[in-house]
Design a protein around this ligand. Sequence first.
Ligand code: C2E
Ligand code: MG
Ligand code: MG
Ligand code: MG
Length: 292
Amino acid sequence: QAKIMGRNRYHFFDADLDEQVRTHHNRRTEVRAALRAGELRLFYQPKLNMRRGRIIGMEALLRWEHPQRGIVAPMEFLPIVEHSDVIIDIGEWVLREALRQLQQWRHADPDWVISVNIAARHFQRADFVERITAILSEFPDVPPHMLELEILESSALSDINHVRTIMQDCQALGIGFALDDFGTGYSSMSYLKRLPADVLKIDQSFVRNMLEDRDDLHLVSAVIGLAKSFGRAVIAEGVETVEHGAMLMRLGCDLVQGYGIARPMPADEVLDWVAAFEHRAPLWQAAAQLAP
Ligand code: C2E
Ligand code: MG
Ligand code: MG
Ligand code: MG
């Protein structure tokens, strides 16, 4: 009797695990199907140079326009595929879509830089540089310096020599590199010295709370100082108010991105938004000038 109970119980857990594996498999298949069905979209969030009062570029942010569920955020579906090659297919789609968009926008402002987020598994592939070279060659009108890749600070730490080589090879092509969510990855200064990233992107969690939380303020200030002393650019994300902007300016960071400037928007709204922002830009410049 006990044995049967035991087997039953075992069988119960087994079925449960089986169900979990199946669900995961189904969800991954669903994401792959979404890519094939053309349900993925890129939204764009502007980046602002406060001192100049000018938009300097956009970050491309992935969305899934689900026929039933509506717009789905990337953190709800990218983690499902980040350990499979689906993340690479998606990443290459994102690169092509961003470059295609950039081709349309380059007459609006040839100085814009479009940032694309790249998953660790994707950019650590042996053929990453060859593949990106091939993708760029499909868009002969877009100079590579208009493209910037954002990789997570945390994912750059796993194999620093490999990451360094990929960065250097991409930079030789003209592509820029930013370390995203900087401050959350525990990288030491010696790592930063060996990683030729062009930009440090201060994580939004620190920026958002820096006006209330002194530790966060010190962290933001330290990252800005670190960027300056290593000769890298620095941008703050999660800038929700002009007060955040004024503080960042005071700490020496001119470049900002966040809901206070704009939320991510569909591509077809971008040019109108930029034109309308000209009226709001002086507000950000004034705030910036208030900073000593
Ligand atoms: P991230 O690259 O750090 O992007 C910033 C995220 O913060 C975006 O969320 C953006 O909408 C949000 N955000 C921007 N400003 C503010 C603000 O002022 N306040 C608040 N509360 N949030 C703000 P989103 O679009 O949901 O993207 C989340 C993450 O998903 C991204 O973080 C990035 O790591 C990843 N991701 C997005 N698109 C892609 C993609 O095409 N490929 C890959 N591999 N990852 C992507
Ligand atoms: Mg990013
Ligand atoms: Mg980030
Ligand atoms: Mg993030």
